[in-house]
Design a protein around this ligand. Sequence first.
Ligand code: ARG
Ligand code: ZN
Length: 897
Amino acid sequence: MSQDNSVVRLEDYIPTPYSIDHVSLTVRLDPLETFVTSTLSIAPREGGSEEAALTLDGDDLVFVSARLNGDVLEDSAYSASDEQFILKNPPQEAFTLELVTKLAPQKNTQLMGLYRSNGAYCTQCEAEGFRRITYFYDRPDVLSVYDVRIEAPVEVKYLLANGNLVDSGTMSTPEGYPEDQLWHYACWQDPFPKPSYLFALVAGDLARVEDRFVTRSGRDITLHIYVEHGKEDRVDHAMDSLKRSMKWDEDVFDREYDLDIFMIVAVSDFNMGAMENKGLNVFNDKYVLAKPETATDTDYALIEGVIAHEYFHNWTGNRITCRDWFQLCLKEGLTVFRDQEFSSDMRSRPVKRISDVQQLRARQFPEDSGPLAHQVRPEVYSEINNFYTSTVYEKGAEVCRMLETLLGKEGFKAGLDLYFDRFDGQAVTIEDFIASFEEACSVDLSQFALWYRQAGTPDLVATYSYDAAREQLSLSIEQSCPPTPGQPTKKVMHIPVRFGLVGRDGSPVGFTSVIDANSGQEIGKSDCTVLEIRERQHKFILTGVSKDAIPSLLRGFSAPVHLRTNLTHDDYLCLMGHDTDPFNRWEAAQFILMDHLVQQTRALQAGANTSSHALDDSILEALKACLMDDSLEHAFRAQLLQLPIESDVGREIGHDVDPDAIHRARESLRHALSTALGDSLIDLYKALDDKDTSFRSDASSAGRRALRNGLLDLALARKEEAISDLAVAHYHNATNMTDRFAALASLTRNEMPAANALLDAFHAEFTNDALVIDKWLSLQASAPQEETLQRVKDLLSHPSFSMNNPNRVRSLIGAFAMNNQVQFNRKDGEGFKLVADIIIELDKSNPQTAARLANNFRSWKALEPDRQGQAKKELLRIANTESLSKDVADIANRCLQ
Ligand code: ARG
Ligand code: ZN
């Protein structure tokens, strides 16, 4: 096991004894010998402990020299190592410290700090990458104004940093370089004080696409997107998304852009999705590049969302930042909430909500129910990079959404306005955030704030009954929250449950008042739409309910909880057919299908054969009715067609999980549905054929494609040759990647013999297009068949794969571990072993990405005993690996606890 058990605790927070008000950086770029000269204007903080040493962070740094107020420092006055610079007796008034370090960006395989991607220089500093460039107080509560001068040979065409360009030109060739080599420089100034994690530098021979945006106060902003040469034709959608984001943030949140220029750079080697560096966002190119022939509708939507997310950070993250990394959700949860709202406004709100909830269930719920569960605002960490999680991001966004639900749109806006006003230019905490809403709305949010402090997905059990004589519907909701690491018992939470009543004939049913039966108080009238659950057992009475009705609960998924009710299947069928809340129509279908899958899986595990439980006819009829209902959006109908995913079924079962049984149950349900829906699938598929071949990426065109491709996929579950032929034709006739890849994916996942030849053809056609090859890799890795394991092993040595590129690793190994429940969780342990081998190998060069892969072991404790044993063996092997990174050790050790 790793010996490094050092942890950081929220309760230990203290400000630094010195402030760094100004940073002046000169970076002379060279692949192996980059020199960074950092001149810091430092002053003791008021009330700081007097004569404290100045201790700056470093990571893997080569120290060159130090000067204090211009004079070379005596050796005895400081100490410098690869991880720290200490000035022993700093002056007790303002002073300047000049530090020189030497870097080798070419050798930086961690992709943190300054590194190279396809020949260009770029940086990633969040969370703690700046300390790999120079010594600094590398923490978010030290805000400084930066001046940056970049020097490089003229072949390094663009020299970019944060803020505004203030000077550029040619310079004399530095000593040690050939005299005929021409050099140039550029100077950037960022007037907004910022923490070091928002620093960025990019330099390289890139292509630039230009545009403009005029803000609502009439300021003219230059927009630049930089990509590798030859990719200029894939930037339109990103640029358009950026302009729409800028406009939307003005319209909806009154946030205007503040610098004269906004730049986005797309690089192909990037650990995460993208980074919101002030004025100079750096992106994984996967979230920038799109054209119809290479990107799917899903890619278009993701790009729009990530561009918006990073842009929105300019206010929620950059202008107002985090006091410490425990507050990460302050910027991430809020910014995810904002980007989700943006996408809802750009596309279909219900469809967006359903897909966000699908994501939450697929990624956050498993995290919350396993050994890696943590609070939205954690209180201890050993490696902060391991806390860029779905809990911090997606559950963090849900907490913001619940605030909006509780306070109403106006109250929420008032709270946010106060937050922006009061904390602009500061590094703050969740408490500051919450206090803004409490003050603006005169409410007490102390119980609500438990959402930040208690991990785990709460369980709600709702029971209703109708009293015809009294015309009352009573509803009792009981809450509990399972134990999570370090939190054996939980306090009672404040949970918003949006609701309505649906009559048995499908018509909405009203009520006259809502009574809180716990207190006896009337808490709402006929317009009440949200019940605030604040007690362990909270009972409500709706009066004036003139006819028997079904409560539609948790509309729009108003809280990230697991809900069970005493609604019958017929109740759910009624909601599925008639609820005015589209989310709950979809949810009702999911509930019925999930129930079926759980029962079927249990039966299979108990030794039954596949077709033990037939699917109820009434369910089939209800599904068919929705599918054929032209008043419903195509995209929504496509979502109705998607069965609960295998990992969701596993979590619903909770223990002794056998992924093979789940897979068999799900496949037999698909087959049954496909057979029962029969020709209607293909008829509708054909009716949806759009003869217009010009590609439009808008939500409604994408929805039509999604439904059409979903129908074809379900039809293929019957594995008939005629349908396979139709899918092959679909592939060949496709005029865009969405349709083409959908056909390829359906043929592959349904194990149709035609798939292999098409996979080869697809590879041949897109060999030189890495982002398309990623789709090809992940599709093969997600295929449930037995041979997949060997295929993934073979692909590791395929020329299209590289262990040095995080996108390739995630596409092959990440997809295998995340999307292939059957093969990753193989009973013989070979799936775990393969992923563990990769984690151990990758850890040597890129610990952050290796640790991300290790997250896929998080649900191992819910498996049946044999598989558990295999997973544990591999986790122990990882944990016992010599010189394991802190990143991977942290995940492995927590998984094992
Ligand atoms: N702040 C970035 C975003 O929200 C994520 C950067 C995380 N990077 C890291 N190395 N942990 O999009
Ligand atoms: Zn973010």
